[in-house]
Design a protein around this ligand. Structure first.
Ligand SMILES: Nc1ncnc2c1ncn2[C@@H]1O[C@H](COP(=O)(O)OP(=O)(O)O)[C@@H](O)[C@H]1O
Ligand SMILES: O=C(O)C1=C[C@@H](OP(=O)(O)O)[C@@H](O)[C@H](O)C1
Ligand SMILES: [Mg+2]
Length: 196
């Protein structure tokens, strides 16, 4: 199958970057993060791009970064939290092993903390996070094959739950034949039965 082995989506601070790197290590594959790709290509921090040129310019860069990464990368890929706002991106994600990492609002505020690294949460983070989730929750669910809640789970436990949810366990065992691992039917709508 072409495309990344795992694509992580979910809100800011849920742990896509942290868990993505752990997953790549566990699965002995490469890790890539579209936020990092944008920072490297532009030579500037995301907060500077937001403040200097505005969110829409960032979204344009993000759409291209996601398209390129989906075409090139075969390991674990983490997207920025707002990447799924773009319809073309959502279409590209159809039938890929997309995992929605979810969490509750209290945990989100704890994990993102104060600071300017995430410009959309720079002012009134709790209310902003709630508003963003009202807009985005159904989009994360739409693109995801499985949902993995992260509340009260350490990053290593989240990584383990992702591997179980995608039934990649055999691939994590040295010497095992990954092609023997059963896969979920592509496009399965995530409901309770797909929560890990
Ligand atoms: N499962 C977890 N439990 C507690 N803290 C976490 C967990 N996953 C990530 N974090 C912390 O939350 C913050 C945001 O994580 P990050 O991986 O950057 O999220 P994202 O890429 O989804 O925005 C980091 O400080 C990270 O150490
Ligand atoms: O949700 C968003 O709109 C954003 C999420 C961020 O990535 P993380 O989800 O990795 O924090 C980053 O792309 C930018 O600050 C915008
Ligand atoms: Mg991130």
């Amino acid at each position: 199958m072409s495309g990344p082995q795992i694509v992580l989506v979910g809100p800011m601070g849920v742990g896509k970057t942290t868990v993505g790197a752990l997953l790549a290590e566990r699965l002995d594959t490469d890790y890539r993060d579209t936020d990092a790709d944008i920072v490297a290509a532009e030579g500037r921090e995301i907060s500077d791009i937001f403040f200097d040129e505005g969110e829409q310019h960032f979204r344009d860069l993000e759409r291209e970064a996601v398209r390129t990464a989906l075409a090139e990368h075969r390991g674990v890929l983490a997207l920025g939290g707002g990447a799924i706002l773009d319809k073309d991106t959502r279409e590209l994600l159809a039938d890929l092993p997309v995992v929605y990492l979810s969490m509750e609002a209290n945990e989100a505020v704890r994990r993102t903390g104060l600071g300017l690294a995430r410009p959309l949460l720079a002012i009134n983070p709790r209310q902003q996070w709630k508003l963003l989730m009202e807009e985005r929750r159904s989009l994360y669910t739409e693109v995801a094959r499985v949902v993995v809640p992260t509340d009260e789970r350490a990053p290593e436990e989240v990584a383990e739950a992702v591997i179980e949810a995608l039934e990649l366990g055999a691939a994590a065992v040295p010497g095992a034949d990954p092609s023997a691992a059963p896969g979920k039917a592509p496009g399965t709508a995530p409901g309770k039965e797909n929560q890990a």
